[in-house]
Design a protein around this ligand. Structure first.
Ligand SMILES: Nc1ncnc2c1ncn2[C@@H]1O[C@H](COP(=O)(O)OP(=O)(O)OP(=O)(O)O)[C@@H](O)[C@H]1O
Length: 250
């Protein structure tokens, strides 16, 4: 199969399937960092992945997104994306908002969205940009402004909008709240819920348990490369001792 044909085949994945990680391991510098992770991210729900600094959360995100090589499977609708390039994974309907509200600082807000929509049909891109303006009117008001001149919160909005512009089925947000003022986090929380309400499965990586527990339907806790707890968010809210020992922030 040519890589274009592979991309088309992957893009045909049904929207209502789950994103499922099976026995995913990722090594860095020859050292195992993520070890045998099983995790399901259902469509239309927010799944939070919590864990202390260095637990391996960002490494897992880089592995799922095709940036780092992995062992194991990353399936959407039963189709394994392991070993695919970041571009193919995105075309298959899985978008990543990397840690650190990264944007193309030398491009305007609108051009960031256009760049993120490379490979998306013109009509889908137009619809994606319209949706971005509805979700973030503050970005529409600054659409000609250089992204490097936005505030940190606005850059996070643009990073999220850029991930959504190709209308993915699943989105992974690595550190939604890190470095942002509480008022900005409050602005972003309903956006994340709204993404799930549109039927998109959200995997939210968070250091701050309070933020994650307000947003999430389901929670997993990662420590030293492994998932130690997974369950519904209400269960974790009722049993704070589960967070103790591995997780002190927030
Ligand atoms: N480029 C790298 N090369 C080798 N090891 C790395 C590299 N980046 C991170 N690590 C190691 O991988 C482990 C997990 O780091 P990772 O960033 O995935 O954790 P995290 O849970 O996302 O924590 P944080 O919230 O601090 O980013 C850490 O022990 C870290 O030292």
């Amino acid at each position: 199969m040519t890589s274009d044909a592979a991309t088309v085949a992957l893009a045909a994945t049904p929207r209502d399937a789950a994103l499922a990680l099976a026995d995913v391991s990722v090594a860095r510098g020859g050292r195992p960092v993520v070890r045998g992770v099983d995790l399901e991210v259902p469509a239309g729900q927010v799944t939070a992945l919590l864990g202390p600094n260095g637990a391996g959360k960002s490494t897992l995100v880089l592995g799922i997104g095709g940036v780092l090589p992995i062992a194991g499977a990353v399936r959407i609708g039963g189709r394994d994306l392991a070993g695919r390039s970041p571009h193919q994974i995105r075309a298959a309907g899985l978008a990543v908002v990397p840690e650190g509200h990264r944007v193309l600082r030398g491009l305007s807000v609108a051009d960031n969205l256009r760049a993120a929509g490379t490979g998306v049909s013109r009509s889908a891109l137009r619809a994606g940009i319209e949706q971005a303006w509805v979700t973030f009117p503050e970005l529409e008001a600054r659409q000609g402004q250089l992204a490097g001149r936005l505030s940190g919160g606005q850059q996070q909005m643009l990073a999220i909008a850029s991930a959504l512009v190709g209308q993915p089925s699943y989105v992974i947000i690595d550190e939604l709240s890190l470095g942002l003022a509480p008022v900005v986090v409050e602005r972003l929380e309903p956006v994340v819920r709204g993404i799930a309400e549109r039927g998109i499965g959200v995997l939210l990586i968070e250091q701050f348990a309070t933020v994650a527990l307000r947003l999430a339907d389901r929670v997993a806790i990662m420590d030293r490369g492994r998932i130690g707890f997974r369950g519904v968010a209400d269960e974790l809210a009722d049993r704070p001792e589960l967070l103790h020992g591995v997780y002190l922030a927030g």
